[in-house]
Design a protein around this ligand. Structure first.
Ligand SMILES: [Mg+2]
Length: 307
């Protein structure tokens, strides 16, 4: 299929959609907003991915979400009806632990949650910082008496519902040492949720730490191709015959474009159609890179075309 740019798959003839489906044999899919919304499976998504497998396609799950141990993501997927082997799931907490192990880090300061802790435990990296850390009274005294841990050689910023003033201060203080490694699991601005709330994502926390420290993190999650390179170490992937599926243009779709994949945007998560159209009509090259080849309201809509 050539020259597609934000084409609605649902407006195509069945034969055209089948031609599109036949044009890839590897699928990388985002999770939140594509397969599920929090604990709720998105209707039809398991059937579509399982159908792809029946057709002989390889399926991989790539998530920027850092809140869970990789094994727990796999269990979640399986419980919702997805076929999923551990080798097919890549999460940013998993990548972060592997990266720091390669860099021989022994101890890290973590703004994050249990998912990162379990992945660091898995590779034998000590960590401090997880859990609530709030200003008690006599803040000035607290600062005076605060001691940094001299063994910390890396700061990790992931999603942390306990983000606080003290955590930002400690992270930035470790980062004042230019040799201290600064990793952000991802920079997603907010979470896709079925509500009228805007729920801050890791990107909001990373922005605070970066502003305070004056440092720029190495972002391991999408759109950084690091996540795909990690996958390619273990699996053969032909970019031209690979489809990236996502609900977010500035991470999923941008990653797909950077890697030379075909791209499918689903509107069941973060990016809405008017925003995607804005990227398409933009004269800014960076925004053009965030335009998916095709889109669907939700992944399950593809099922009608697959029998
Ligand atoms: Mg998503």
């Amino acid at each position: 299929m050539y020259n597609m740019s934000l084409t609605a798959l649902s407006n195509l003839e069945k034969s055209q959609v089948q031609e599109f489906v036949n044009s890839f044999d590897t699928v990388l899919t985002d999770c939140d907003g594509v397969l599920w919304m929090e604990s709720q499976v998105l209707q039809g998504s398991p059937q579509v991915l399982n159908k792809f497998r029946e057709m002989g396609k390889k399926v991989f799950y790539v998530t920027n979400n850092s809140t869970k141990f990789k094994k727990d993501f796999v269990s979640k997927a399986k419980n919702m009806g997805f076929i999923c082997d551990e080798s097919e799931m890549i999460s940013t907490s998993f990548l972060t632990a592997n990266y720091l192990k390669e860099k021989n880090v022994k101890k890290a300061y973590v703004i994050g949650s249990g998912g990162i802790a379990q992945e660091l435990d898995r590779v034998g990296i000590e960590h401090i910082g997880i859990g609530p850390d709030v200003v008690e009274e006599h803040f000035v005294n607290y600062i005076k008496n605060l001691k940094l841990d001299p063994e910390v050689t890396a700061v990790i910023v992931g999603f942390d519902e306990h983000i606080s003033y003290l955590k930002i201060m400690k992270a930035a203080s470790y980062l004042a040492n230019p040799n201290c490694i600064y990793i952000a699991t991802n920079t997603d601005e907010n979470f896709p949720v079925n509500a009228s709330l805007v729920v801050p994502g890791t990107g909001s926390i990373v922005a605070a730490v970066s502003t305070c420290s004056g440092r720029k993190p190495l972002v391991l999650g999408k759109p950084n191709p690091y996540i795909v390179e990690a996958l390619m170490k273990e699996h053969q992937i032909d970019p031209k015959r690979t489809l990236m599926i996502g609900d977010r243009c500035n991470t999923d779709i941008l990653l797909g474009t950077k890697c030379g994949f075909q791209t499918l945007l689903v509107l069941s998560g973060v990016t809405k159609l008017d925003v995607a159209l804005g990227y398409k009509n933009s004269e800014d090259h960076d925004e053009n890179e965030m335009v998916a080849d095709v889109y669907l309201n939700k992944l399950g809509d593809l099922l009608n075309f697959l029998d």
